[in-house]
Ligand binder design. Structure first.
Ligand code: ZN
Length: 120
């Protein structure tokens, strides 16, 4: 199913009527398709659109997490290959300050006198 993120929430295209988009709020939950308004709402159920949007959100979140982890792994792998220690300036130039700072804050690496070490 086609899903779009909008300012207000999500829109999903009807699978039976192409070009017809329903507004979905996966939290509330709410969908403005007839199945939800006339059936699911009364029995506190969810329609297939709400289910699809929830799945979509879960998948996107997982992807972001994996990306973040990969970014962290790159930095750590570089330090490891450098003998477990790297120059702070060099590391920041190579990977960006934000990524290095994040690892310091999460306690994975430590900076001392301009050198970065992996905390084990
Ligand atoms: Zn629906």
């Amino acid at each position: 199913m086609n899903i779009k993120k909008t300012k207000e929430g999500y829109k999903i295209e009807s699978s039976s009527r192409k070009g017809n988009w329903y507004e979905v709020d996966p939290e509330k939950p709410w969908c403005d398709c007839p199945a939800y308004k006339f059936r699911e709402l009364k029995k506190h159920g969810v329609c297939k659109h709400i289910k699809a949007v929830r799945e979509y959100i879960e998948k996107t979140q997982q992807k972001t997490l994996t990306k973040e982890q990969k970014k962290a792994d790159d930095v750590l792998a570089f330090i490891e290959s450098n003998g477990g220690e790297a120059d702070a300036i060099e590391l920041i130039e190579k990977f960006g300050e934000e990524r290095v700072d994040k690892l310091i804050h999460s306690g994975e690496i430590i900076e001392r006198a301009g050198k970065i070490k992996i905390l084990k």
